[in-house]
Design a protein around this ligand. Structure first.
Ligand SMILES: Nc1ncnc2c1ncn2[C@@H]1O[C@H](COP(=O)(O)OP(=O)(O)OP(=O)(O)O)[C@@H](O)[C@H]1O
Length: 558
């Protein structure tokens, strides 16, 4: 069967054999690996985020139903602590072992009194009296060995130190801040109220962090057999807090976007004065011009003198480092890999398309050549362009949908769920999904439009090649991208990709060009996306208008 037919196959075909089986089975594309992939992905989909189950969890947490289940769980026995006296020897016991381990994953850790990294999760038991229930939750979720960013950041946080951490996309930064946070809440079980606050730039990412945190704190009880309470600050929870339907003392950890949090704090519905651990995920985004004021407001509302602060991202430009150094107390800086590079599991490629029409032709060529292997994410620079490409690819009968800020939360959730389950093969989006979102099996990322900065590029292509998997990223560029493409070539070089001589020569940025990129002026206005001749477009629009008018007449009973 040719690849184009496979791609344009509708969801109805999948229903015959069941969603999971189909989601797992890209067999037509890679027949050799069919069985292997099927086994892997089936497990992954059931274990991974069943999105509607997650939605239920969010609302059950708000409505308190979850507590009942957890109370029942309590009767199954609390095996926290290490009362059985079993002593597990830490794997990393001295500076020489630490240095060898760091060398193996190109870790650069600096600051005063840097603690030894952990060599395994078991190390935590002997070194930090780690909660066994928490360790069990890690293992039950399939996390048996720490990733490098976790090797380093967990002991730093458990030593109650401020952290500035930078590690590749998809390398496990979420657990690197969640594991010590949950342990610290357990250790602090005698004080009630909000102690841990995690800030994320988007709702989707906040929701993903919440689910991870929820799984990690499963069956963990604090003083008086009270379950550890985690919440996502959703619109409805915000309203309940404002109306005092729920007490703001109820939760131990809250995950939120900046604006929603500030809204609730300003209405005095949530008190941040006792927060002891404040974590900024995607910190460079939260301290750029879009969010810096809100982040500052949050910092001011957290009045606890011993407040521990942590910043995590795959990209930390020097401007953010400066801010971090000014707001943190004697921080430890953890860098895994090269700070300016992308994840080395991603094969990166540039395609010159000449002009805008050339980009559509390039996509069709990828399809023809069998390079368009789902699941695929395509990034564009604006909502209008994302919508336009969606219509073009729909017209080509590709199994595609689009996410951007104008779609409702419900629409966005549904599309993400369909993409995660494998029902939807190609997802078009703006930068709203560029950061943090963990779609595990993405095969290919296409930058239909050159991203506005090297950081945006690293995050966009980081939606593939996650958790040790490999992935591909293709960036289209035209004559008008001659400046904007330069930082991308530099990232490719830093990530160890082969760069031809002419590309290398082209990558050198003048002072003026650097300035124009910094001010977002490297792009000029792009031409509309379409390969359909103007007369055909007018014909299509007229047809559409006639259909709408006919429907309206029918509704009006004419
Ligand atoms: N110790 C571990 N063992 C196995 N898998 C892990 C481990 N830690 C994290 N993962 C998995 O790795 C994937 C990527 O993790 P995560 O989303 O935290 O990456 P990230 O570094 O925050 O990426 P990004 O920079 O894109 O936000 C997730 O699917 C997560 O479940």
């Amino acid at each position: 069967m040719d690849i184009f037919k496979v791609l344009t196959r509708g969801a109805s075909v999948k229903k015959e054999t069941g969603l999971k089986a189909k989601a797992a089975d890209y067999s037509v594309i890679n027949e050799k690996n069919a069985n292997h992939k099927k086994d892997n992905n089936e497990g992954q989909i059931t274990k991974e985020l069943d999105f509607f189950r997650n939605k239920r969890i969010i609302s059950e947490v708000e409505n308190g139903k979850e507590e009942k289940t957890r109370e029942n769980d309590l009767n199954e026995g609390d095996d926290s602590g290490s009362e059985d006296g079993e002593i597990i020897k830490p794997v990393i016991t001295n500076a020489a072992e630490a240095s060898a381990l760091r060398k193996s994953y190109k870790g650069n850790v600096s600051g005063s009194d840097v603690p030894l990294p952990i060599g395994s999760f078991e190390d935590l038991i002997s070194r930090f009296s780690f909660d066994k229930r928490l360790l069990n939750n890690l293992v039950e979720n399939g996390f048996t060995e720490p990733t490098p960013i976790q090797n380093e950041c967990i002991p730093v946080a458990l030593n109650n130190r401020d952290i500035l951490a930078c590690g590749p996309t998809g390398s496990g930064k979420t657990l690197a801040f969640l594991i010590p946070l949950v342990q610290q809440i357990i250790d602090d079980k005698h004080t009630s109220g909000l102690k841990g606050l995690i800030i994320s730039p988007t709702k989707e990412l906040a929701s993903q962090i919440f689910i991870e945190c929820f799984k990690l704190s499963h069956k963990i009880f604090l003083e008086k057999k009270r379950p550890l309470q985690v919440a996502l600050l959703s619109k409805s929870l915000g309203a309940k807090l404002k109306n005092k339907v729920i007490s703001d003392k109820k939760y131990d950890i809250i995950i939120s976007t900046p604006l929603r949090l500030i809204d609730v704090v300003k209405k005095e519905a949530l008190d941040l004065s006792r927060v002891k651990h404040l974590i900024f995920d995607e910190a460079d985004k939260l301290f750029d011009k879009t969010f810096v004021e809100q982040s500052d407001d949050i910092l001011s509302a957290c009045k606890e003198p011993a407040l521990r602060k942590a910043m995590f991202s795959a990209t930390i430009p020097s401007s953010v480092e400066e801010i971090a150094q000014s707001i943190m107390m004697d921080p430890i800086r953890v860098i895994i890999g090269h700070k300016e590079a992308a994840n080395t599991n991603i094969e990166q490629k540039l395609i010159f398309c000449g002009n805008e029409e050339g980009k559509l032709i390039a996509i069709r060529q990828l399809v023809q050549e069998g390079e368009f292997k789902p699941p695929i994410i395509i990034f564009l620079e604006s909502i209008a362009r994302a919508k336009a490409l969606y219509h073009e690819l729909m017209y080509d009968r590709i199994n595609v949908d689009v996410i951007h800020a104008e779609r409702t939360v419900l629409q966005r959730d549904r599309i993400i769920e369909r993409f995660k389950s494998g029902e939807l093969w190609c997802l078009i989006c703006t930068d709203v999904l560029a950061r943090g979102i963990d779609f595990k099996g993405v095969n290919l990322v296409i930058n239909y439009d050159v991203p506005e900065s090297s950081q945006a590029y690293v995050h966009r292509i980081g939606r593939t090649g996650r958790a040790g998997r490999s992935g591909k990223a293709v960036t289209f560029y035209t004559k008008q991208d001659s400046v904007a493409i330069k930082p991308i070539i530099n990232v490719m070089k830093q990530s160890g990709c082969e760069v031809s001589k002419w590309m290398d020569k082209m990558a050198k940025l003048t002072k003026r060009e650097k300035e124009s990129i910094k001010n977002g002026k490297a792009h000029t206005e792009r031409k509309q996306i379409t390969t359909v001749p103007k007369t055909d477009r007018i014909k299509r629009r007229r047809q559409q208008e006639m259909i709408v008018a006919s429907k309206r007449r029918k509704n009006e009973g004419l």
